[in-house]
Structure formats: structure tokens, C-alpha cells
Write a protein that binds this ligand. Structure first.
Ligand code: SF4
Length: 328
């Protein structure tokens, strides 16, 4: 059970004198919304919960909430991503009480001699302890990053792996502390290094290698299919923190220089169904969240590429080393 830091939420509403706030949670924390509303209500502050899907701090509900008269948005579970907002937005980072050391102790033999340590924000507070533990066992442990949208040392987001790339040439293996395959898959794709997911919620360790191979096969298949495409839809994200208009315009220009036709599509919720009306186009490029193409690519009938994959399809970039699309 994650620690939601309700005391901090209460302090915020009391200190600012808020009487009506908006609340936003990632999918995995939405079930705790009622508990937070009740706590705020007891403190004299009513709350409106954003029930729309929320995939990251790139996707704030402030614009949707502002016309409802809320005084601020309290966003749980993600770190602040720089950018303007319509309302005051308070980020409450959430921490997991899970201790990764027992799982590490059971799997020391799998680590090698030099490792890079990365985690999602919920587990970042354990990294220094993990480093001390590993170094006590004679294993070099490196932690990089702390820049851009992944603002803390060792922090990775689904679209930002600077913390891993920065130390990649000093390590043999990455140790990811967190849950799920989404982030460690990104670490492995962004660095080309062996990555072990220490899933502290499931209590298991997974090698990312087989999943990486599967995803790369899918990606190169899509890149190959897009080589003969003549018409492209270039998707511009409707979420503020995923907006890369200049990149979209540059890609359009690149395609047109090669005699291809390109059409700009603004889309908030990118799904195979949303692209069905554009079925006459041969391929799509997504300048919004980089993970849509990588994680959901096989669900789309036509190739859906990242901007970097488009450059590979056009022969502008070598396909030898797969490069992950990131938003720094
Ligand atoms: S752009 Fe995608 S990966 Fe990056 S924070 Fe947003 S939802 Fe996550």
C-alpha cells in the first residue's frame, strides 16, 4: 500500500485556505480517491476527482478543472514536469514502503560487478540504501541523472532515461527497482544494456532480454513496412506535456522533401479506433507519448512509428542500434 502523504494534502488546503480543489491520480491510485476526498472534507475542503485516465504528469487536469471553479489541482503520484499551468498545481509524490534489500540479497549472483541503479519515483528513496548494500557486497553501483522531467537522481519515466544513459558505459547491468515491465523495458531499449527488473510488489526478478527482443522484432517490422509508405499521418498530442509541434512540422517537411504526402492530426487519446477514419493513409508517426508506438504498436493495422523510427525508415538514421524516442 502506497503512502499517499495525506498530511501534506491537508497542510496544503489549510495553509492556502482552499474550499474546493481538484484531485488527480494515476490509474493505480484512483481507488484511493474516496479516502482522500473524505479526509479533505473533514478539514472543510470539498474536492472534485478527475476520473479521466491519467498516464503521467504530462497529463494534468488543470485545464479541465478550471471552469468548475476549483482553486487548485492536487496531483498525486507523479513528480512535477516543468511547464505553465492554468491553476496552481500541487504535486504529492507517493512512496512505497516496500524494501528491495531482501530481493537483492536473494539475487546477488545475477548482478555482475558493475550495476546502474534506476527506479520510479515511488521507490527512489531506497536507491542510496541499495547502493550501500551492493557496495558492501563488492558490487560497484552507479546512479545518474537528476535532470529535465526526471528530476531526481536515478529516476526514470516512461519517456526519459537520462539517468540510465548517463552511466550506461560504466555498467554491465541495470537494476530497476519498482513494479511492472514498462519502465525497465524502456531502460533496456534506451541503453542497449542487460536490465533486471526487481519487482518489489510481486517479489520477483525478471530479465528484460526476452521482452526486448520481442519488442525490437515488432519495431523493425513496422519500420520496414513504413519504408514504402507514400502517405503519412503525423500525430500531435493533445496533452500539454506531450506536445512537440516543432518536431511534427520538421517531420512533415522531411517527408514532403521526399515527395511524400503528410497530414497533421491532433489527437488526445491515441487508439487504433481513433485512426480508423484515416485508413487511407499508409503509415502514422506519433510525436506525442513515445510509448504508444512501442508498447501498443501491434494493436495498430498500419505502422505507427516514433519520430526516430521514421528517420530509420527514411534511411536518415542507421537501423543498427535501436534508439528510444524520449522527451527530455
Ligand atoms: S509522455 Fe508518456 S511516458 Fe512520458 S510521462 Fe507522459 S505518459 Fe509517461
Amino acid at each position: 500500500m502506497y503512502d499517499l502523504d495525506l498530511d501534506r494534502a491537508l497542510r496544503i488546503v489549510e495553509e492556502r485556505g482552499y474550499k474546493l480543489v481538484g484531485l488527480q491520480f494515476p490509474e493505480g491510485l484512483k481507488e484511493r480517491a474516496v479516502e482522500v476526498v473524505e479526509a479533505l472534507r473533514n478539514a472543510g475542503c470539498e474536492a472534485i476527482v478527475s476520473a479521466d485516465p491519467c498516464y503521467g504528469a504530462c497529463d494534468l487536469a488543470d485545464e479541465a478543472m478550471a471552469p468548475l471553479g476549483v482553486q487548485a489541482l492536487i496531483h498525486f503520484g507523479h513528480t512535477h514536469i516543468p511547464g505553465r499551468t492554468t491553476l496552481p498545481v500541487h504535486f504529492i509524490e507517493v512512496r512505497s514502503p516496500a524494501d528491495p534489500l531482501p530481493l537483492l540479497a536473494q539475487n546477488l549472483g545475477r548482478l555482475g560487478k558493475k550495476v546502474g541503479l534506476v527506479a520510479t519515483v515511488q521507490h527512489l528513496h531506497t536507491l542510496e540504501k541499495v547502493r550501500a548494500f551492493l557496495e558492501g557486497k563488492g558490487i560497484e553501483a552507479h546512479i545518474g541523472g537528476g535532470k529535465g522531467r526526471a528530476r531526481y537522481l536515478g529516476q526514470v519515466l516512461g519517456c526519459s532515461f537520462q539517468a540510465a544513459r548517463e552511466v550506461a558505459d560504466r555498467v554491465d547491468t541495470f537494476v530497476f527497482i519498482g513494479s511492472g515491465d514498462f519502465h525497465p523495458l524502456g531502460v533496456a531499449l534506451a541503453t542497449g544494456k542487460r536490465t533486471l527488473a526487481f519487482d518489489v510488489l510481486m517479489g520477483e526478478v525478471r530479465e528484460m532480454g526476452p521482452l526486448v527482443e520481442k519488442v525490437l522484432r515488432q519495431r523493425y517490422l513496422r519500420i520496414g513496412m513504413a519504408k514504402d509508405a507514400e502517405t503519412f499521418g503525423i500525430i500531435l498530442g493533445g496533452r500539454r506535456g506531450q506536445e512537440r509541434k516543432l518536431l511534427a512540422l520538421r517531420l512533415k517537411e522531411e517527408l514532403e522533401k521526399r515527395g511524400k504526402r503528410a497530414y497533421l492530426l491532433q489527437l488526445r487519446e491515441i487508439t487504433p479506433e481513433a485512426l480508423l477514419p484515416f485508413r487511407k493513409l499508409d503509415a502514422f508517426v506519433n510525436t506525442a507519448c513515445p510509448r504508444v508506438a512501442i508498447d501498443d504498436g501491434p494493436r495498430y493495422k498500419k505502422p505507427l512509428l516514433t519520430p526516430i523510427e521514421l528517420e530509420m525508415a527514411l534511411g536518415e538514421r542507421s537501423p543498427e542500434r535501436y534508439e528510444m524516442d524520449e522527451i527530455p
